[in-house]
Design a protein around this ligand. Sequence first.
Ligand code: AVJ
Ligand code: FE
Length: 456
Amino acid sequence: MATALPKLPAIDSAQAALKERLATALDRVRRRTLSLVEQLSDDALNVVHDPLMSPVAWDLGHIANFEELWLVRRAGGCQPLRGDIGSVYDAFTAPRPERGSLQYLRGDDCRAYMEAVRERALECLERADLSPDGDRLLAGGFVYELILRHEQQHTETILQTLQIMTSEEYRPERRGQTPSPPGDPPAEMVVVPAGECEIGASPQWFAYDNELPQHVRDLPPFWIDTAPVTNREFAEFVEDDGYQRRELWSADGWDWRAANGITQPLYWEAGQSEQAGLLVRSFAELKPLDPQQPVCHVSWFEADAFARYAGKRLPTEAEWEKAASWDPAGGDKRRYPWGETADARHANLDQLAFGAAPVGAYPAGRSAVGAHQMMGDVWEWTASGFERYDGFEAFPYAEYSEVFFGGPYRVLRGGSWATQPDAVTTAFRNWDHPDRRQIFAGFRCARDAEPGEERS
Ligand code: AVJ
Ligand code: FE
């Protein structure tokens, strides 16, 4: 098993600091992953809870297998510990509905594999040459940053599975208290003036291939909601027969709604009495629907229909990104709507609240144009399909983004309460099928600005 180690490159202190930061970050993410699944029985870990989702044990093994592929084999040049199981964890050759019948590692085998891979990955990190002008995969620690975010993304997938699961009660320890809105709700919409803005990741940021190259777009003026659409607003749409009015729906949306008997967002339930009102299931708890929270677990089709009902439309992803990241005062494009670093005063990210905050709860996190909660709480559906930016180059592999371009997917922006802060920026692009509701997704609306409205 032992393989010859490549020669040690000269390692300067900047690299040593980078490596230490990466090792610490990898360890933090791993502790989070394990803490989220700690209370699950072997049964809950190993079974398929819904055809849309992988068994949680598959996600865990896949996290380790991906790390083995990229950090141990490709970056470290070492042989895999378990070369035999790669095909089980390849998201491409093993699509989600088929994962239940695969021989993925279970229980202690899975935990042992995760640990063994991690140990080797850290050994490889010590020897790796991360100098900025070296191998592109390693330069600046790129592939380590990628693996870190990959695990973060899969923790959100796992949370979707735990929310779908009904065979066992998942009782998260809600550790992050979200604030109450300090004052009046924000005004309904803000205007974003015409003009050029940067779209895509800034060169100094970690970026996925689909966020590059950064380019300038000149958008006409538009209005955008200052907050995501709330449960109260969405309940009015339901009450007002929104699901029965053909003219509000796209053709595909109307068919989807009829074929699946959809009449309200996923996880909404009617109370036992009129007075009890609407309830919503959050993991194992059934709670009264909070009218002030953003609506969550709606499909793109439902978001699109609501927007038409409201006399508006969904924003394009470029509009969303401009409203979130552009500084009218001429400052640099913002990584987060409020600035460069994320903390709990600005947004409900990082999972431990296990739910969304009411709209208006984060005035300090609003963007330069005055849009609230663009980051965290709920992912936001946009009008846009998932397409390449001009000049796109697949890196480090085509199955991350390229194979999805031009498909039926719609882009979502901004992350949810279940997203870890490093995993999202104002340039980050998520995508899913327009009928999917298991993701922590809501939306906000936009509309064109009429001549003269631009400066209000
Ligand atoms: C970007 C969330 C659509 O989950 O399919 C995880 C992320 N890519 N492993 C997905 C991803 C490879 C991806 N999304
Ligand atoms: Fe993955």
